[in-house]
Design a protein around this ligand. Structure first.
Ligand code: FPP
Ligand code: MG
Ligand code: MG
Length: 319
């Protein structure tokens, strides 16, 4: 039965991609840039979470309602908008092995394209919202994402920030969107879903999102792993992620290495202290375990729950 569900989800996701392409006419004059983003899309994990949670608490054998497909596409658009702006802020030349929008078209075009995609996300969600709480949740999450980014920005180049500080920043900038994706699936399939479903969505999305960002941050120090992005970018930008903060907590002498402004020396320190990367990996595994636990004993459909569990397993393999 889970296999049947997998096929249905794959069909749903094809509809999501088609829905995203329908938006091309709405982002003129940046249609080609938008299309380039879509042609180079990743696994669309956030959109898949919308579809899976809609399936997990609604009818599971039929194609999902068009509003779920539209909501999944909109969540992916919110993600795309944040990435286009993030690459300007981080001055990132490459993402998913391709030059970023601002690298090809300049900062002005990247800001406008991000603004256009974000505006369409809002307009689309307003069109399918089952109630005003839905809009409040979407808008509130965008505030959380921006808040997380700003919090990270305030801590830039500060060697006295803590692991708690980091947790708060990534909870806003990354985990909030994962949480929202799961909740959006529930809201669009059953606006009056019971509170245990909502709790499962929050806990699953939030914990998966935390793990996702920690893994991304570990990979920034792993020169052997092909992520399609340049390496050592966080430390070069003065963004101190979990392995660095764990190192600072244990050894204040690490501070002088960081303040030497040499990303290679920081990498050298982490390579000489492998327990810091290992503890970071263990933290990611703990969040993944919590995401798995959120599924257990939840009222979500069992076949879909298995697919969500496979998502956790796939991420665990990457740690
Ligand atoms: C990637 O993190 C970026 C985010 C998770 C969020 C970015 C959010 C903003 C720029 C503000 C909000 C923008 C809009 C349009 C509402 P990263 O830089 O650590 O990861 P990366 O290595 O993938 O770039
Ligand atoms: Mg970035
Ligand atoms: Mg960033």
């Amino acid at each position: 039965m889970a296999e049947g569900q997998e096929l249905l989800v794959r069909k749903d996701m094809k509809r999501v991609v088609a829905r995203l392409h329908e938006e091309e006419t709405k982002v003129e004059p940046y249609r080609d840039d938008y299309r380039r983003l879509l042609d180079n899309h990743g696994k669309m994990i956030r959109a898949a979470m919308v579809v899976l949670f809609a399936r997990a608490c609604g009818p599971t054998r039929e194609p999902v309602d068009e509003s779920v497909i539209t909501g999944a596409a909109a969540i992916e658009m919110l993600h795309l908008a944040t990435l286009v702006h993030d690459d300007v802020l981080d001055d990132a030349p490459i993402r998913r092995k391709q030059p970023t929008v601002h690298t090809i078209r300049g900062n002005k075009a990247a800001i406008y394209l991000g603004d256009l995609i974000l505006s369409r996300y809002m307009e689309i969600m307003a069109g399918i919202a089952p109630n005003t709480d839905f809009i409040r949740e979407q808008a509130g999450t965008v505030c959380e994402i921006v808040g997380g980014e700003l919090y990270q920005e305030s801590g830039r180049h500060h060697t006295d920030i803590t692991v708690d500080y980091y947790d708060k920043a990534i909870s806003g900038k990354t985990a909030a969107l994962f949480r929202l994706a799961c909740l959006t699936g529930i809201r669009l399939s059953s606006p009056r879903a019971d509170s245990r479903m909502e709790e499962a969505a929050r806990a699953f999305g939030g914990n998966l999102g935390m793990a996702f960002q920690i893994i991304d941050d570990i990979n920034d120090f792993d020169l052997g792993k092909d992520t399609g992005k340049p390496k050592l970018e966080d430390i070069r930008d003065g963004i101190y992620t979990l392995p660095v903060l764990l190192g600072l907590r244990k050894d204040r002498g690490f501070r002088s290495v960081i303040e030497s402004d040499s990303p290679e020396e920081v990498l050298g320190y982490l390579q000489a202290h492998p327990e810091l990367l290992e503890e970071s990996r263990q933290t990611a595994r703990t969040y993944l375990g919590r995401a798995d636990q959120a599924l257990e004993g939840s009222p979500l459909n069992e076949d879909v729950r298995n697919l969500l569990g496979e998502m956790v397993t796939a991420l665990t393999r990457q740690v």
